[in-house]
Design a protein around this ligand. Structure first.
Ligand code: ADP
Length: 479
């Protein structure tokens, strides 16, 4: 059916048209008719309802189809990617170990996981000093009072060192004491004194370290001996001391206060190195701005006296040389009564430093204060160690001379000392079990106070004031 709108009649007239045209016209016609009859234009008939329902179903179905197509495309994309990754992995494995850019570097661990377990030192409250019975006072050092004591439950005899607290420091517990405890904890060696435990008293300022008790220190022992140690005994002592120093240096620890009063010996001839209050860790290269005022004056290396703030193991090797000389001589090698006197005594035995023997010495802060000849006469630069130790063997004098090199770089390391022919030559080192026993001052068998200089209170090196002292004159007698 087709309808035309007849303007004259003011209404539609039926005509012939296509189906779609008919449908359109039917709708218009219907709208118009409805308008004319007063019926709502949305009041559809049954056919319209069915058509809309079909349309709706059609839409739903196409939406579902679209969704299915998308899902399928996504699944195919993932499969392609997985295949590509597998191919790439295979290629990489064939190519070697080089990982591909997108290859996951972390390994998937399928094995059951376990917790890592470490053995850590256990922490617990320190015991009270009342667990120890005080027997006798031994000595007062720079940093503590040392007494002999007995542990009540085991009966073990220990040396109980009550640490002196630094009342001038506002941070309480003294750094030196902490260092000493830490270093002793780290240093477990046959020839280093054993730390038993740290105990406390009634107040926070009462801190003690309980150390294995050792009957003698080499300084007091030598003072009480009529004769010096025999050459074979000196060898044994030096071997043991050097092995402790080698251990420390191998573990990057400088002792910084090696001297005979800190070297203990038990009644079985065994050496135990003690007093770690000055010890510290070092590195390679050594850390800058190290404390200059270290090592008891008589054992202090020339570079320290001249104000070096960069130093290394060689300062301990100098002190070892002083100890060696003291064992041979049964007397202090350089007993200076001040820095200037000390360096004068050193130069007097070891010779004046020259550009050739110690090129960098003039750059040391205190070197300018010394009126040293620029080109000293050769006789003034020679060491007189050999002539001053006529009883020492050639090898012994040679070893002592090398340890007492003014230039720290020329001193041997502890390992080099241990390998020196001095220890292989006759007389061979005496077995420590063959050492004589001596009455122990620390064990109250004999008491006598020996006056020796104490370790310095750490700080900056004092300025050398060489006013009026022309060192070239001191050595003119040698020429
Ligand atoms: P400080 O650090 O205060 O100088 P030290 O540790 O050097 O104190 O001890 C001072 C003195 O006490 C030593 O010279 C030694 O005679 C004695 N002494 C130290 N430790 C022991 C010990 N384990 N056994 C026996 N005597 C010791």
């Amino acid at each position: 059916m087709f309808a035309e709108y007849d303007l004259t009649l003011g209404q539609f007239s039926p005509n012939v048209a296509s189906d779609s045209q008919n449908h359109f016209i039917h709708n218009i016609y219907q709208i118009q008719t409805n308008a004319m009859t007063g019926k709502s234009r949305w009041a559809d008939d049954e056919a319209d309802k069915a058509a809309r329902k079909r349309e709706k179903e059609e839409k739903k179905r196409s939406k579902l189809e679209k969704q299915q197509r998308l899902e399928q495309a996504e699944a195919e994309r993932k499969a392609r990617e997985a295949e590509a990754a597998a191919t790439e992995r295979n290629q990489n494995e064939d190519d070697g170990d080089r990982p591909a850019k997108r290859r996951k570097l972390s390994q998937e661990i399928d094995a059951p996981r376990e917790l890592l377990r470490f053995v850590v030192p256990s922490w617990g409250p320190s015991r009270h000093v009342s667990n120890f019975e005080l027997l006798n006072h031994i000595d007062e050092g720079t940093y503590g009072w040392v007494s002999r004591a007995r542990e009540s439950s085991t009966g073990e005899i220990v040396a109980l060192k009550k640490l002196k607290m630094d009342r001038t420091a506002d941070y309480g517990f003294p750094v030196m004491a902490l260092r000493e405890i830490q270093m002793l904890q780290e240093s477990r060696h046959k020839h280093i004194v054993g730390l038993r435990e740290v105990v406390i008293g009634d107040s926070a300022e009462d801190v003690y370290v309980a150390l294995e008790f050792v009957e003698h220190d080499l300084r007091t022992l030598q003072e009480d001996m009529d004769q010096p140690f025999m050459p074979s005994e000196v060898k044994t002592l030096l071997l043991q001391i050097t092995s402790a120093v080698e251990y420390l240096h191998d573990h990057w620890i400088l002792h910084r206060d090696l001297k005979t009063s800190n070297i203990l010996m038990n009644n079985r001839g065994e050496i135990k190195l003690a007093d770690f209050g000055m010890a510290r860790h070092f590195g390679d290269p050594p850390p800058p701005n190290l404390t200059q005022l270290v090592v008891t004056l008589w054992y202090r290396a020339p570079e320290l006296i001249l104000g070096a703030d960069k130093y290394d193991q060689a300062i301990d090797m100098w002190s070892l040389g002083c100890v060696f000389g003291e064992l041979l001589k049964k007397d202090t090698l350089f007993a200076g009564n001040g820095e200037l006197d000390q360096i004068t005594k050193i130069f007097e035995l070891c010779g004046l430093p020259s550009e050739r023997s110690w090129p960098s010495f003039r750059r040391l802060p205190n070197a300018k204060a010394l009126k040293l000849p620029i080109n000293p006469a050769p006789a003034a630069t020679y060491s007189v160690v050999r002539t001053r130790f006529p009883l020492a063997s050639n090898a012994g004098a040679e070893l002592l001379d090398s340890l007492l090199s003014l230039n720290p770089a020329s001193r041997p390391s502890a390992s080099e000392v241990l390998a020196h022919r001095y220890f292989r030559d006759d007389p061979k080192p005496k077995a420590s079990s063959m050492f004589p026993t001596f009455p122990s001052k620390a064990g109250m068998e004999r008491r006598r106070k020996v006056l020796t200089p104490e370790a310095p209170i750490r700080g900056d090196a004092p300025k050398l004031s060489a006013e009026g002292l022309d060192l070239s004159l001191v050595f003119s007698i040698r020429e």
